[in-house]
Design a protein around this ligand. Structure first.
Ligand SMILES: *Cc1c(COP(=O)(O)O)cnc(C)c1O
Length: 296
């Protein structure tokens, strides 16, 4: 794993301080760790990779969509570590690869395209290839959450945040942040999926006992659903970049930051709040937008 630890840009990760409507906000810039193994994705992968190296398997395989940040990160991690990666991709093989798949292919990932129907039965796929080491889609589960807990290493020990905002997909990163929280501050998990009714059970499977009291799920900021976007969201992302030189992606961090911004405008924080935004990366996802949409 040393090759990968040396490759990642630890020194670039910093805390950017910005002010919105009088509220001071710390932004943990995990996006700077790497353009592809960015944000939360390294943390979710790390203990899966350690387990893989202890196993007797020689293929590191996982699941994802054609634009998945997790696929992008897994492919690049495999390249840096010199291991064979397989991406089981949702949907028939496209005529034209997405920017994510093109990059992952360059990074040496081999693809297995699976119809949307068969993709529902991931266990069957796993059973068909027992010689692979399989990581669940999105690095979901307790192993991923244990890695996400290590994000706390970047935050000052003496700082008690009262409100932490971050984007939530599978909930794995949120679980790690809540489990590792040294205080009783609120963790605002901004759900980027619409009508994801199983998320509470999934979070419960990863959260340590007595920790869920810190968690607030924000369900009003999905902008129509997973990977959906509106002109308002894109204009917001441009405005935040112009005002703070803070680049956001339209699938996850743009929506999460919009939630935080709305709290500020509505003055929903109490006096003396210490607010943290965790930038979970994912900027490669913006490559699927046409070039003139974003100003960065
Ligand atoms: C994958 C991803 C998330 C979601 O993480 P989960 O652990 O699945 O909740 C959030 N932000 C970005 C940028 C991501 O790529």
């Amino acid at each position: 794993m040393d090759e990968l630890l040396k490759y990642l840009q630890w020194g670039k990760v910093d805390i950017q301080s910005i002010v919105i409507d009088g509220y001071e906000i710390d932004v943990l810039r995990l996006d700077k760790l790497d353009p592809l193994i960015s944000g939360n994705k390294w943390f979710k992968l790390k203990y899966f990779l350690s387990e893989y190296f202890l196993s007797n398997k020689n293929v590191f395989a996982t699941f994802g969509g054609a634009y998945s940040n997790h696929i992008a990160a897994t492919a690049r991690a495999g390249k840096e570590l010199g291991i064979t990666t397989v991406g089981c991709i949702r949907g028939e093989k496209p005529k034209k690869y997405s920017p994510t798949l093109l990059q992952a292919e360059k990074d040496g990932m081999q693809f297995q395209f699976v119809s949307r129907e068969n993709y529902q039965n991931k266990e069957e796929i796993v059973d068909a290839f027992p010689e692979y080491y399989w990581v669940p889609e999105g690095g979901f589960g307790s192993i991923g959450a244990k890695g996400a807990q290590d994000i706390w290493q970047f935050l000052p020990q003496n700082e008690s945040y009262t409100d932490i905002f971050l984007a939530m997909g599978t909930g794995t990163t949120v679980a790690g942040i809540v489990n590792g929280s040294p205080s009783l501050g609120k963790v605002h998990a901004v759900n980027v999926l619409k009508n994801n009714y199983s998320i509470n059970d999934e979070l419960a499977s990863m959260l340590h006992q007595n920790k869920s009291q810190n968690l607030v799920i924000e369900n009003e900021f999905h902008f129509g659903g997973y990977a959906k976007k509106t002109p308002e969201l894109l204009a917001f992302i441009n405005k935040i970049y112009e005002d703070f030189q803070l680049p956001l992606d339209f699938v996850y961090t743009g929506k999460a930051f919009y939630a935080l911004f709305t709290y500020c405008l509505k003055k929903q924080f109490s006096n003396g709040s210490k607010i943290l935004f965790i930038h979970t990366g994912g900027l490669q996802g913006n490559n699927s937008l046409s070039k003139d949409v974003l100003k960065f």
